[in-house]
Design a binder for this molecule. Structure first.
Ligand SMILES: C[S@@+](CC[C@H](N)C(=O)[O-])C[C@H]1O[C@@H](n2cnc3c(N)ncnc32)[C@H](O)[C@@H]1O
Length: 235
């Protein structure tokens, strides 16, 4: 099995929870490739994600709940399969969250973790890492929890400490992904985040970093980060 889809095609997922599902890109990848499932629940702190989620995820018994995973875990049902994609760096106290998620896995349940990481980056991936950190810092300054990308070893440590055992590991270095040399969208997003974080005016250092990242993006480009995917069971 070299890619996640190889595993999904063999997996009867039962009741599935996709944590921090956003617009459903990863949920779609699951539902389109799983051998079977009985129900799918997408959970995201942002209620406005639901429109994109229902547009992206087609199938039977699909539902969405708007909640923080921290609140949801206080009264959560149990699931046969739980997934979380590219959101570990959005979850405050992620180590404890993963331990609590393990406790809502039914006997023999599966936990699929897909997360970008910051190891062995190409120059264009380094641009993406820096842009992501810049936006995450601004969002944190505005009160939303978001941090820079974890390393591979940090992700593996969270998993081990949560009492999860890895059954399959998939690596996607994303080295050949297309490189974008168009900074306008990043600058637009950064500007919105800067105004939210610093309504009375941003420090010079913030504007300088925005300009550095825009210049780097035009010169070197930006490209998607490497992804680590782990299929785990309770240890
Ligand atoms: C980078 S997106 C990932 C979306 C999706 N999982 C994917 O891979 O396409 C991170 C998502 O985490 C959600 N999120 C952040 N904090 C959360 C929390 N405490 N509980 C639930 N969702 C959260 C955000 O709203 C956002 O949709």
């Amino acid at each position: 099995m070299t890619i996640l889809e190889d595993f999904l095609k063999t997996h009867d997922a039962g009741a599935l929870l996709d944590i921090a599902c956003g617009g459903g890109a990863f949920t779609k990848r699951l539902t389109e490739n799983l051998k079977s499932y009985t129900s799918v629940l997408g959970l995201d702190i942002k209620a406005e994600s639901s429109d994109g989620f229902f547009e992206a995820v087609k199938g039977h018994d699909i539902s969405f709940i708007s909640a923080s995973i921290h609140d949801y875990l206080e009264t959560a049902d149990a699931f046969d399969t739980v997934s979380v994609s590219n959101a570990l760096h959005h979850l405050e106290g992620v180590g404890e969250v993963l331990k609590d998620v393990r406790n809502i896995l039914n006997e023999g349940g599966t936990f699929i973790i897909n997360e970008m990481h910051c190891d062995n980056l190409t120059p264009s991936q380094q641009t993406q890492r820096d842009q992501h950190k810049f936006l995450a810092d601004l969002q944190r300054a505005a009160g939303e929890y978001h941090r820079e990308t974890w390393s591979r070893s940090e992700i593996l440590e969270f998993v081990a400490n949560a009492g999860l055992r890895i059954q399959h590991t998939y690596e996607n270095a994303n080295e050949d992904a297309p490189i974008t040399k168009e900074p306008d969208r990043m600058v637009e997003r950064a500007q919105t985040a800067i105004e939210k974080a610093y309504p009375a005016g941003a420090p010079n250092s913030v504007n300088t970093e925005r300009d550095r990242l825009a210049a780097r993006s035009s010169e070197i480009g930006s490209s998607p980060p490497p992804q680590l995917t782990l299929v785990c069971i309770g240890a």
